[in-house]
Design a protein. Structure first.
Length: 233
């Protein structure tokens, strides 16, 4: 890992482990507790990276944005890009020696829940964009999570998340701007559990669009049979 970096544990610390849905965002007070444990202060600049290139770091970026932080960035290309430049690495994370003073303030601008989608899916001034594969979007391939229906939110668009990549990196701003040009300025992103939706949300943000949010429950919630939500196939 990069020297002096902290471990941001999305699975066990920054997702609600009591939720039946994967990767559900924790409440602001829990987020505050965990980032203070990491020694993060309110005036810190936060740079996020992951070991795959770009995968979970945009999800962490989205979490910080929802919790009111402005100075938050993603390292393009992640650890592979860092190592490619032959920059120093270590095999241990930094262990904080004191608690930080950072405080989360929930910012609903970046957050979408089921109620948001129900009120927005047939609004032609809002684009709901699904990061899953075309096969899952069209219900021609099964969902990887048991018990979920196939298909997509009515009127939503399909943009598989890997289309915003050039290898381990995001595509150029010009390419991303072109990719998102057919959508409304107000964009809501969804996927299977909210992780790859965040990849697209950050790509749109890089292209210059700031009116973006991520549906936290994503298809893990919307696709549940018992909820009987509107689905297209």
């Amino acid at each position: 890992m990069i020297p002096n970096s902290l471990f941001f544990d999305i699975e066990n610390k920054f997702s609600d482990v009591k939720s039946s849905l994967p990767h559900t965002l924790v409440a602001a007070d829990e987020f505050t507790k965990e980032i203070q444990t990491l020694g993060i202060d309110n005036d810190n600049m936060i740079i996020l990276y992951d070991r795959w290139g770009i995968y979970s770091s945009p999800r962490a970026w989205w979490m910080f944005k929802v919790m009111g932080f402005e100075q938050v960035f993603v390292l393009d290309g992640g650890l592979p890009a860092w190592e490619k430049e032959k920059l120093p690495v270590k095999n241990t994370y930094l262990i904080p020696t004191k608690a930080g003073n950072a405080t989360a303030q929930f910012n609903p601008q970046y957050y979408a829940g089921k109620a948001t989608i129900l009120s927005a899916y047939n609004n032609r001034d809002i684009s709901i964009i699904d990061a899953r594969s075309q096969e899952r979007f069209n219900a021609t391939a099964p969902e990887p999570r048991a018990g979920l229906l196939g298909g997509h939110i009515p009127y939503s668009h399909n943009l598989p998340f890997d289309r915003v990549f050039d290898g381990n990196y995001y595509r150029s701003k010009e390419e991303l701007t072109s990719l998102f040009s057919d959508y409304c300025d107000h964009q809501i992103y969804t996927c299977g559990s909210g992780v790859t939706a965040s990849i697209l949300a950050f790509a749109s943000y890089l292209s210059g669009n700031k009116n973006i949010s991520v549906y936290d429950g994503s298809w893990s919630e919307w696709g549940q049979k018992e909820l009987k939500l509107p689905i297209e196939r």
